[in-house]
Design a protein around this ligand. Structure first.
Ligand SMILES: NC(=O)c1ccc[n+]([C@@H]2O[C@H](COP(=O)([O-])OP(=O)(O)OC[C@H]3O[C@@H](n4cnc5c(N)ncnc54)[C@H](OP(=O)(O)O)[C@@H]3O)[C@@H](O)[C@H]2O)c1
Length: 303
């Protein structure tokens, strides 16, 4: 079993005479940024941020795929503003569902492989053990519904697509819980943190390493393993415990556990969304570490 760190390629495409042409969308996002840094070791990468490819524009998607002629499309773009999505459901659907389906149609048209990311928020959180890929979905909010519709739109095309559901993504850049904690911790002596939602935090770099590792096995292997997978670190935690791990031994801020009811948000969040990752690990021979190890590695990373 390959482990998340350090990354090693068994069959690097670096030596191949024909390096695959790869299109990465959402290149400025937490995950897209890391993928765009790692994938050039395994192909000719064109990584486009929103300013160069707006997924709200279907014609632009088709024209871009036509121009680049990718053999692999990695869709790291998404509408990820969970609360905002409640008031912008059509925009969320356009990016997370329609555009995902169009990318899959284009992949199918040219026999390319699509790697797409989805979310733990497709589940209602009522389970008490980790969700596997067969578990029934029932999103509680507009973001989760739009992401589920994206999974379904991809499936309907029959494209060779790998859909990777993950959870609680953070990084040293972008918008995420780690950076929010740091910002608020510098401003306040006390932070009240939700302690009754359970999941697994994932560092975007290690998700990108896992993505790169499966690409390194080659596109035929990837196409043969098309399907839905859960990709996440091991263990489980609450937002409160995650915050404790972020601040470590720091004297301040003091952290106060609260319930979800004490922190109302426009979007309802599921209470428990730990993902069972055995299918990904057995299929690809690659496992992400425990969430605490990922966090330590992220906190120690220079950038
Ligand atoms: N973040 C999480 O906690 C989380 C949890 C579970 C699953 N996921 C999934 O993981 C994947 C990666 O998420 P992430 O954390 O990297 O999200 P992120 O940091 O919000 O990045 C998403 C990127 O998509 C871009 N984007 C938004 N609308 C776009 C549009 N119309 N056209 C082109 N690009 C657009 C954003 O552009 P701008 O930079 O211009 O805004 C952003 O760079 C997504 O599929 C997400 O649903 C994320």
């Amino acid at each position: 079993m390959r482990r998340g760190s350090p990354w090693r390629s068994r069959t690097s495409l670096r030596d191949d005479v024909t390096r695959p042409t790869i299109l990465v969308t959402g290149a400025n996002g937490q995950l897209g940024y890391e993928i765009a840094r790692l994938l050039p070791a395994h192909g000719e990468v064109t990584a486009l941020d929103r300013s160069r490819l707006d997924l709200a524009d279907v014609d632009a998607i088709r024209a871009t795929v036509e121009a680049i002629r990718p053999q692999l499309i990695v869709n790291a773009a998404a509408y990820t503003a969970v609360d905002q999505a409640e008031g912008e459901q059509q925009v969320a659907e356009a990016i997370n569902a329609r555009a995902a389906g169009v990318l899959a149609e284009e992949a199918k048209r040219r026999d390319a492989v699509l790697i797409h990311f989805s979310t733990d928020y497709v589940f209602d959180g009522g389970a008490s053990k980790p969700y596997d890929e067969q578990a029934p979905t029932r999103p509680l909010n507009a973001y989760g519904r739009s992401k589920l519709h994206g999974e379904q739109a991809i499936l309907a095309t029959g494209a060779a697509a790998i859909t990777l559901r993950t959870s609680w993504v953070y990084a040293q850049r972008g918008h995420n819980f780690l950076l929010t904690m740091r910002r608020l911790g510098a401003q306040r002596d006390q932070l009240r943190i939700v302690a009754d939602q359970f999941g697994v935090p994932n560092w975007s770099r290690q998700l990108a390493e896992a993505t790169t590792a499966i690409v390194a096995d080659g596109l035929p292997a990837l196409a043969a393993r098309a399907g839905l997978y859960h990709l996440s670190g091991h263990g489980q935690t609450s937002w409160f415990e995650f915050a404790q791990a972020i601040f470590g031994d720091a004297a301040r801020p003091s952290l106060v556990p609260i319930t979800s009811a004490e922190y109302p948000t426009p979007a309802v969040r599921p209470a428990f969304t730990v993902l069972a990752t055995a299918k990904f690990e057995q299929t690809f021979g690659f496992a992400l570490p425990h969430w605490r190890d990922m966090l330590q590695r992220c906190l120690a990373a220079p950038d």
